[in-house]
Design a binder for this molecule. Structure first.
Ligand code: ADP
Ligand code: MG
Length: 260
């Protein structure tokens, strides 16, 4: 890459719509992330943040729109119900393997150790050898500060530790894109910062991330771009300076002043 070339596109969503029956939840959202972007998605409860995130890897099927991961278009075809579904299961699985998803409730496998949680997908999906996967897991555990928990079961960890393991599990796939849906909302307040610290670290390493969060200070510090969703459309989008300090939308202004 020459010095003056632009970062490549990591993700592009074009005119995404999603409805549940007659309820239109996402009403034509287009969003692009460049490599290294950290995009925070803000908005009131019910504005469609989770649904939008889940449409990216078809945890929810959009009713309309286009999705690209890098240059690769996810091939979609209408199903009987009218929703779009992946044309090729194989392509969907491949794209999912390149997108890490961190949920509010950690979603670790309870009957597997930390090490097994982290190495399962690299071994099964990426066909890494066990030695290779274990070696890599140890490095990632160092990064999230939990090497000493390698043989622990999730139920023996705090919520903050479980979420750091969930992040480690996502990192083990070396994803092109990391999606976070309110990763600290289920945590006791004193455990929030240890998770945010790991995420700050990832942002500073240039990881491309889309983050739904209510942690305003964090969003302001780490984001390259902030998107404010309201009733399924983008109310305002811009730099953190713009949205936090001088939003054009009165709705965004009211939200910001009630959340910080
Ligand atoms: P947010 O994450 O911003 O709180 P969601 O994406 O979860 O918002 O929800 C957006 C809207 O879609 C809400 O009105 C919610 O009730 C509705 N919704 C979400 N999931 C479903 C579902 N599986 N079935 C029907 N309605 C849903
Ligand atoms: Mg949500």
């Amino acid at each position: 890459m020459s010095q003056d070339s632009q970062p490549a596109t990591a993700l592009r969503m074009i005119d995404i719509h999603k409805s549940y029956g007659s309820l239109n939840v996402i009403k034509g959202v287009s969003l692009e992330a460049k490599d290294g972007d950290v995009i925070s998605i803000l908005g009131s409860s019910g504005s469609g943040k989770s649904t939008l995130l889940r449409c990216i890897n078809l945890l929810e099927n959009p009713s309309k729109g286009e999705i690209y991961l890098g240059d690769e278009k996810l091939e979609l075809v209408p199903s009987k119900s009218g929703e779009l579904q992946a044309k090729s299961r194989k392509q969907l699985e491949n794209m999912r393997s390149r997108i890490g998803f961190v949920f509010q409730n950690f979603n670790l496998w309870p009957h597997r150790t930390v090490l097994e949680n982290i190495t399962e997908a690299p071994i099964q999906v990426l066909k890494q050898s066990k030695d290779e996967a274990v070696g890599q897991a140890k490095l990632i555990l160092e990064q999230v500060g939990l090497v000493d928990k390698i043989d622990a079961y999730p139920s023996h960890l705090s919520g903050g530790q479980q979420q750091r393991i969930a992040i480690a599990r996502a990192l083990a796939m070396d994803p092109q894109l990391l999606l976070f849906d309110e990763p600290t909302s289920a945590l006791d307040p004193e455990l929030v910062n240890e998770v945010l610290a790991v995420m700050r670290d990832l942002a500073s390493q240039g990881r491309t991330m889309l983050i739904v969060t209510h942690e305003m200070r964090f969003a302001r510090d780490v984001s390259s771009q902030v998107v404010f969703l309201h009733e399924g459309h983008i109310e305002e989008q811009g730099t953190p300076e713009k949205l936090f300090e001088n939003p054009s939308s009165a709705r965004v202004k009211a939200f910001m002043s009630s959340h910080q």
